[in-house]
Design a binder for this molecule. Sequence first.
Ligand SMILES: Nc1ncnc2c1ncn2[C@@H]1O[C@H](COP(=O)(O)OP(=O)(O)OP(=O)(O)O)[C@@H](O)[C@H]1O
Ligand SMILES: C[C@@](O)(CCO)CC(=O)[O-]
Ligand SMILES: [Mg+2]
Length: 313
Amino acid sequence: MIIAEVPLKLTLFGEHAVVYEQPALAMAISEKMIIKVKSNEKMIIKSNSLSIKGIKVDLNDLKLESEETGKILSYVIGALSYFKEKKNALIEIESPVDPSVGLGTSAAVIVGIVSAYSRFLGYELTNEEIAKISHNIELSIQGIGSRMDTYTTALGGLIYFPKDGGYEILDQNLELTAGYIKRVTTTKDILKYVRNMKEKNFEIFNDIINTIGKITDKAKNLIKDGNEEELGNLMYINHGLLMSLGVTYPLVDNLVSTAKNLGIRGCKISGGGGGGAIICTNDVKAEILLNTIGARIINCKKSEHGVMIKEIN
Ligand SMILES: Nc1ncnc2c1ncn2[C@@H]1O[C@H](COP(=O)(O)OP(=O)(O)OP(=O)(O)O)[C@@H](O)[C@H]1O
Ligand SMILES: C[C@@](O)(CCO)CC(=O)[O-]
Ligand SMILES: [Mg+2]
């Protein structure tokens, strides 16, 4: 059996802007998705955190017979379809969080399956190769998206993504308090909504995206200087700009303004938005505040490692 462990991620700054050639900052965290692959007479997928009504799946030719199933399993099927050579297997996905909550679960599923299934087939891919393959798979499934989530979950650490491509792993650590509320939409749908806004109000959209890019570059230097006060301020400003893109959520917007009134240094939505993940500078008040909206607190300690093959037996 091959077991892959994949860290989830927090987007610190630059979500959505990074899809439009702006920089971003993201951090792999200690919430880990586990993907197990072992030989089986048929291709079977088991996932602990998906609930699909009316599922009917014949995975032998990776065909899905209901739209709902197709949507929910699209990332698993997309990852497996990358491999021209197939060997039937039982593939189990164990996630520590609900699906689609702004923590990079779509990226982690792809990265985990590419890592574990390629090893199951006898290949030895580097984490950078896994990141590149996984980004292309996520892009083909969503039709739009950046390299941020797949590279962060594949490589690990705190990563800066410059606007002209590539990535830079930063040595610094960031103490945060984070949690998530369930979402009623997916990042794929939110990305399409943002693209429509760009098409309708190009100039305004561009100004917002460029300003987020400037904030991200400033934030990178503040992280290097350990200036949490100023960094927290930029989190509030970034949240306000995401709100103007229409990708936040009323309950979260209220929480962010309450956080500011309580003197919490920084707070913003994280990831695709529409609910989901929320990050704050580390503060016990932040945990209490997140609990008031029923958010599930997560372990956001930085994971130095990206995807790892944990066991081959
Ligand atoms: N445990 C899982 N098993 C199988 N598929 C999963 C699992 N978790 C997530 N997925 C897939 O990923 C999709 C969610 O992706 P989405 O991009 O909307 O959320 P996210 O990646 O958590 O958030 P973000 O992209 O904003 O960081 C789910 O609809 C499902 O297709
Ligand atoms: C919203 C977005 O910027 C982050 C989602 O976690 C999408 C992407 O970068 O692909
Ligand atoms: Mg995603």
